[in-house]
Ligand binder design. Structure first.
Ligand code: M6R
Length: 612
């Protein structure tokens, strides 16, 4: 987690860095800090809390300098406090660093450095790194770039760092391993950031640094080398990102904007990939593996959080349509088991950010054991798409709200396309069935728009549920992952305890929780388990539970027996998760707003979980 920004050029650095930190705040908001270099030397401002608190703290102070680095923190080593905020400085105060990642061997290094007279001002692992660089720099009589390179070779763990030296105010040094880093190339200026969002308004030309690379950056010079000292030729690419994608566009919160974008994002995700009239799906990113897909015995899906829920929908779809057995694994569990993986397996890693540490470790392990890895990611150029053999981007556009919404429906859309693509390769669906399914899929964005029209009704219902302490979400078949996702959304942004359950499992335990104060949200749309779900609703009502049902439009049967109903357009079972998720996202959004919670930046969370 943590977001880092750097600038060196001819403009004032403070406004660029502070704005960049606001863009990266989704990565952590425990503290923020900025260091500036000018003729007057090094100045550091840092503060626990959000970027605006840093801004208020620094108001009226000397903020001049045309080189600067900034950091927004998600605390790992050391509590969120002023003293643990980045940037951190070396013993002599001349070197200053910002860091995203974890230095695993920091404790040993710290003890060794203490014996050499180093005194530490924070509890962070990061401070150890800047002291280590200083120690090597001082003792080896080498230039700073070489000292950083040698220090990084002693480090275990993950990092993206930017370093400034008061004695060389015309240079920045950046490096990455396991944590992302983008360099923006301007005219006589360079920008550095954890992702391209702080850069896009200044330049479209960017370089995504690779792992084990170190960059030496001056206003008119950029040198990138690997940690083994081999100089690299940087690959400059053009950003597709647009500035308006990063703004709220009139919505009160990014989450609400992102929920309302889903009709568009799903369409973008399908664009150029489906040919309904021909009954054909084209997925350029995995086409090289079309033959392999014909003969595979098994697919393993690895992911975390919401992406794992998308994986469960994928399991349902791939097994149903392509008849390939699928296992869905939490990346964090999978990586520490000793799973049986063979060269015949395909592992699909799903991640919005493309940076999740556990998912990356799971990929690495599966790769070492010979599996073919496909990625389903949203952030273009992130670490996971680079680690995988092939993949399909979700193209949902930047998702800034910490709670995943449009990324989830885009992941489900990609998995739907993958299921149909695999079915096409294996011949498990006839062409006429594919025509029928793809024609319906093509209409899903319009149906999402219709589902969004229930927003006012959902807001009203949210008012009735806002003071609940617990909530149960029930669904069957592909409605079960939707229930899990609904529960996760509610708990992460409103802090109401919520659980998702397969509806039939309720009577094996959770039914004991039901009383007249317990809201139970049930996915009760007209599909193969409709009658069974109705029985489950009866069981809840018999125990006086309050039922909110998500039903197919025009449904009268469920409406008669429940307390509240939200309709979604009719659709085949395959597309139910895409539609039924929408009201659940809106429900948790409105409940969180009514409870006065910070919807876009819920407590203790960060958008990219780059630590295990
Ligand atoms: O970036 P990823 O999709 O790999 O992230 C996985 C989870 O951290 C993420 O889905 C998390 O659960 C969200 N906060 C859920 O809204």
């Amino acid at each position: 987690m943590c977001g880092i920004v750097g600038y060196i050029g001819h403009r004032e650095a403070w406004p660029i860095v502070i704005k960049g930190l606001k863009r990266l705040e989704y990565r952590g908001y425990d503290s923020a800090g900025i260091a500036l270099i000018s003729d007057e030397g090094l100045k550091i401002y840092k503060k626990a809390g959000k970027v605006t608190e840093l801004e208020n703290f620094a108001a009226g102070k000397n903020l001049s300098g045309t080189a600067g680095i900034g950091h927004t923190r998600w605390a790992t080593h050391g509590a969120p406090s002023d003293r643990n905020s980045h940037p951190h400085t070396s013993n002599n105060g001349k070197l200053t660093i910002i860091h995203n990642g974890i230095i695993e061997n920091y404790a040993t290094l710290k003890e060794e450095l203490k014996t050499r007279g180093h005194e530490f001002k924070s509890d962070t692992d990061t401070e150890v790194l800047v002291h280590l660089i200083e120690e090597i720099y001082k003792n080896e009589k080498i230039d700073l770039l070489e000292a950083v390179r040698l220090a990084l070779r002693e480090i275990n763990g993950a990092y993206a760092i930017v370093l400034m030296d008061e004695e060389h105010p015309d240079q920045l040094i950046a490096a990455r391993k396991g944590s992302p880093m983008v360099i923006g190339v301007g005219d006589g200026e360079y920008f550095i950031a954890s992702d391209a969002t702080p850069i896009v308004e200044y330049t479209k030309n960017v370089i995504y640094m690779n792992d084990n690379e170190i960059a030496f950056i001056k206003r008119d010079e950029l040198l990138i080398k690997r940690l083994d000292n081999v100089v690299q030729t940087p690959y400059v690419q053009e950003l597709e990102l647009k500035l308006e994608m990063l703004e709220k566009g009139g919505y009160e919160h990014f989450m609400l904007k992102e929920i309302f974008e889903q009709s568009r994002s799903i369409r973008d995700c399908m664009r150029g990939r489906i040919y309904p009239n021909e009954g054909k799906v084209q997925l350029g990113g995995i086409k090289e593996y079309a033959d392999k897909l014909k003969n595979i015995d098994r697919i393993i899906i690895v992911a975390c959080g919401t992406s794992w829920h998308a994986g469960l929908v994928g399991e349902y779809l791939i097994e149903e349509y392509a008849r390939i057995p699928v296992e869905v694994e939490y990346a964090s569990e999978f990586r520490y088991r000793n799973p049986i993986i063979t060269e015949k397996d395909i592992v699909i890693a799903i991640s919005q950010s493309g940076e999740t540490a556990d998912t990356m470790a799971a990929i690495e392990m599966a790769k070492e054991r010979g599996a073919t890895i496909f990625g389903v990611c949203n952030v273009v150029g992130a670490s996971i798409p680079r680690l995988t053999h092939a993949g399909v981007y979700t193209h949902a556009g930047p998702e800034i709200g910490v709670a995943s919404t449009k990324a989830f429906t885009a992941q489900v859309t990609v998995l739907t396309l993958m299921a149909f693509y695999m079915a096409q390769q294996k011949g498990t669906l006839t062409n006429s069935k594919l025509v029928e399914l793809l024609t319906e899929l093509d209409c899903i964005p319009d149906k999402i728009q219709v589902a969004l029209e229930s927003n006012d009704l959902i807001k009203e219902i949210a008012g009735k549920f806002k003071d609940s302490r617990n909530c149960l979400f029930l669904g069957r078949g592909s409605g079960f992952p939707v229930a899990l996702e609904g529960a996760l959304k509610l708990k992460e942004i409103s802090y109401i305890h919520a659980e998702g359950y397969p509806a039939a499992e309720m009577k094996h335990g959770p039914i004991a929780l039901i009383d007249e104060e317990m809201p139970v949200v049930v996915i009760a749309t007209k599909n193969s388990s409709y009658e069974k779900v109705i029985s489950n609703i009866q069981e809840v009502k018999a125990r006086k539970g309050i039922v909110l049902a998500i039903v197919t439009e025009g449904d009268t049967e469920v409406r008669k027996m429940v307390d509240y109903c939200i309709e979604i357009p009719d659709a085949s079972e395959a597309f139910l998760p895409l539609l039924a998720t929408i009201p659940l996202q809106l429900l948790s959004y409105h409940i969180a707003v009514l409870r006065g919670c910070n919807v876009d930046q819920p407590r203790n969370l960060a958008k990219s979980v780059t630590v295990e």
